[in-house]
Design a protein around this ligand. Structure first.
Ligand SMILES: *Cc1c(COP(=O)(O)O)cnc(C)c1O
Length: 412
């Protein structure tokens, strides 16, 4: 597209704009189980109105916009309240999980260096199931990544012992996920905590996907193991508001056990011609709307609202779990929250993926082991039967050797 010489009217541009979504994944009707978190029309409206209310304001300027500074503080203290942050714990809002993870790794590295450790090349120790955002962060900072296979006992949990053995004097952080994305399994954070303590290594819990669902699932009676600051060795956490916090996109939280740990995060250097500019996270300009929308949704829902929505999500996962097992699929490990991955003993998951895709479902896959993958939102409660019927048809098509052309499942 060349920029038009003369602009067009807004009604014309708007019609064009909306029309462009015509070939996008159909998420409004619940047929997409990745990327979008559909908690209903009321939440969508609040996200938009609350975002628009502070869309022009900039989180870079807390002195100009004390409103945003206070909303961010409120969001962080609500987060710490849910995740057992002790007195003195603190954090910041970021643009997303990748940003939160990058800042946590950077903070852990700088903390280690402040103690005279990892002065040459730092390393981090991760379970193989941890998110690629850690590798991206480490690539940016020239940190070595040590990925350790998960347990082979069918639990898909991080192997705390093997991870401990992979730590050395240059290890700046060890990671557990709550839950991990590929399998939806919560790593044994207490066991990782014991190892981290023994080795004197910082433990980060990546609760990007679970941070705002696990606490409510637990209140609803789901047996969620200890995964947050309740485990004494956990020094930092990442938790995405734009996933199961149902906030507008561009909102996550990175949290630290103490002010002293946090103090290694902000960038505060005055070596330029401009006025001093202290930034807590990677971003300079920070969209005010992402802060106000998160604040508004959290206040609109409250504990009661989140418990209701997350109850629906967990029930939906259980219905899917029962349904796929009835079809002969094997569910990986023991998922407790919103993610589920499953495979069939006789037919390759990726062939089944192609068939369910052709039936209008935009879902995902896990590579190790090859499995179908779903990330469920409240909206999916309405389409469980439809999904299971299409899955049964897809399985039948594959079993009869009638599968169509291969469809490659990729994120991008
Ligand atoms: C989504 C996710 C991330 C990355 O978050 P983005 O917001 O996509 O950058 C990291 N870890 C886990 C477990 C996730 O599910």
């Amino acid at each position: 597209m060349h920029m038009p010489e003369k602009g067009r009217s807004w009604p014309e541009v708007k019609a064009d704009l909306i029309g462009r979504g015509g070939n996008d994944a159909k998420w409004r009707d619940g047929r997409t189980a990745v990327y979008v978190f559909n908690a209903g029309e009321d939440i969508a409206e609040i996200q938009k109105e609350a975002y628009a209310a502070y869309m022009s304001e900039n989180g870079l300027g807390p002195l100009a916009f004390p409103s945003l500074a206070q909303m961010e503080k409120d969001v962080i203290s609500m987060a710490l309240g849910l995740l057992h942050g002790p007195k003195g714990s603190t954090g910041s809002m970021t643009s997303g999980g990748t940003d939160s993870i990058t800042m946590a790794v950077k903070t852990a590295r700088d903390y280690a260096r402040s103690k005279g450790r990892a002065t040459e090349r730092a390393n981090v120790v991760l379970p193989q199931s941890a998110h690629l955002a850690f590798d991206k962060a480490c690539h940016l900072m020239d940190i070595e990544v040590r990925r350790i296979p998960v347990k082979t006992d069918g639990s898909y949990e991080a192997d705390a012992i093997a991870m401990g053995e992979a730590c050395d004097a240059d290890t700046v952080v060890m990671v557990g996920s709550a839950p991990n994305f590929p399998h939806g399994i919560i790593d044994p954070i207490s066991a990782l905590g014991s190892v981290a303590e023994e080795k004197g290594v910082w433990l980060h819990v990546d609760a990007c996907v679970g941070g705002y669902i696990a606490p409510f699932a637990r209140m609803n009676g789901v047996p969620v193991p200890d995964f947050d600051f309740e485990v004494p060795a956990v020094q930092s956490m990442s938790a995405d508001l734009h996933k199961f916090g149902y906030a507008a996109k561009g909102a996550s939280t990175v949290l630290f056990r103490t002010e002293e740990l946090y103090s290694h995060m902000p960038f505060d250097l005055a070596c330029w011609s401009g006025a001093p500019m202290k930034t807590p996270t990677l971003a300079g300009t920070r969209p005010g709307g992402a802060i106000s929308a998160a604040w508004a949704v959290m206040n609109y829902l409250g504990v009661e609202g989140y418990r209701r929505l997350q109850g629906t999500v967990c029930e939906t996962r259980q219905r899917i779990q029962d349904g796929v097992e009835a079809l002969g699929f094997e569910v990986l490990g023991n998922p407790l929250l919103s993610l589920i991955a499953f495979r069939h003993p006789d037919h390759h998951a990726f062939a089944i993926y192609g068939e369910i895709y052709r039936r209008g479902w935009f879902t995902s896959v896990t590579k190790e082991p090859p499995s179908l993958h779903l990330m469920l939102s409240p909206k999916h409660a309405e389409v469980v039967d439809e999904y299971l019927a299409d899955l049964a048809e897809s399985l039948k098509t594959v079993a009869e050797g009638k599968a169509g052309e291969k469809v490659e499942a990729r994120y991008s």
